[in-house]
Design a protein around this ligand. Structure first.
Ligand code: T5A
Ligand code: NA
Length: 217
């Protein structure tokens, strides 16, 4: 019988701005390492690549760009990292990802442009590696404000965040709310949120036999 091979799981943390994604991704990485599990962190946008630098400049409002063009750059930024994500997963490493295609859809569709429908926004990310599980950090506007408020970057205002949240809800339902997508109450203390995330990822952190799927397949 051929040896059974386990690949690493692809875990995505999504959420509204200031929901604590980066905090939780680091805590999750530490827990994996402490448990002796191979793990790699990925963050989108990855502002270090040439495409990422264009995105960074746009987010800081140092440059202007057509809404369609920036949407496609966010997606291209994921595609340029996709081969290395697949490589890590196949090597048995758990990949924990801070934002992914769902942010791409949510923030662009929330612009409410007639030429940027939900379907249009989703299209460039079709066939990217699909997460095994997505944990959506849900923060209330009140708590976000307590955490230093939305920052100075583009999109960081209450009206935009509310529209973004509605798109995320739709995505959650499509991806599989309660099976492959879980909303987590991110208003709580960091430790409480971390505990719930750690429980949620238990079926995945030691690897999975399931073939890697592609998004929206
Ligand atoms: N975007 C992104 C698109 O438009 N399209 C795309 O395709 C993608 C991928 C930048 C923007 O790009 C948009 C979405 C964004 O608007 P980013 O670089 O991920 O995306 O944004 P950041 O500014 O890095 O991240 P956020 O502002 O969303 O913050 P986080 O990571 O959610 O929160 P974190 O962990 O940095 O925490 C924020 C503060 O709160 C405290 C932390 O210590 C920190 O000070 N905190 C807590 N305080 C109390 N209780 C808790 N439970 C706390 N957790 C964290
Ligand atoms: Na962050």
């Amino acid at each position: 019988m051929p040896e059974r091979k386990q690949r690493g799981a692809f875990i995505v943390i999504e959420g509204l701005d200031r929901s604590g994604k980066s905090t939780q991704v680091s805590l999750l990485e530490k827990r994996c390492k402490d448990a002796g599990l191979p793990v790699r962190l990925v963050k989108f946008p990855d502002r270090t690549t040439p495409i990422g630098k264009l995105i960074d400049s746009y987010l800081r409002s140092d440059s202007e760009m057509d809404d369609h063009a920036i949407h496609l750059l966010f997606s291209a930024n994921r595609w340029e990292l996709a081969p290395s994500i697949i490589e890590s997963l196949n090597a048995g490493t758990t990949v924990i990802c801070d934002r992914y295609a769902f942010s791409g859809i949510a923030f662009s569709a929330a612009k409410n442009k007639p030429t940027m429908s939900y379907e249009w926004c989703r299209a460039p990310d079709i066939y990217l590696p699909a997460p095994d599980i997505t944990l959506f950090l849900d923060v209330s506007p009140e708590k976000a404000r307590e955490r230093g408020g939305y920052g100075a970057e583009r999109y960081e205002n209450a009206e935009m965040q509310e529209r973004v949240e509605h798109v995320f809800e739709r995505i959650g339902v499509e991806i599989g709310d309660g099976s492959r997508w879980f909303a987590v109450d991110a208003d709580r203390e960091k430790e409480a949120v971390a505990e719930e995330l750690w429980e949620r990822v238990q079926p995945y952190v030691k690897g999975t036999e399931k073939p890697l799927q592609r998004l929206w397949e």
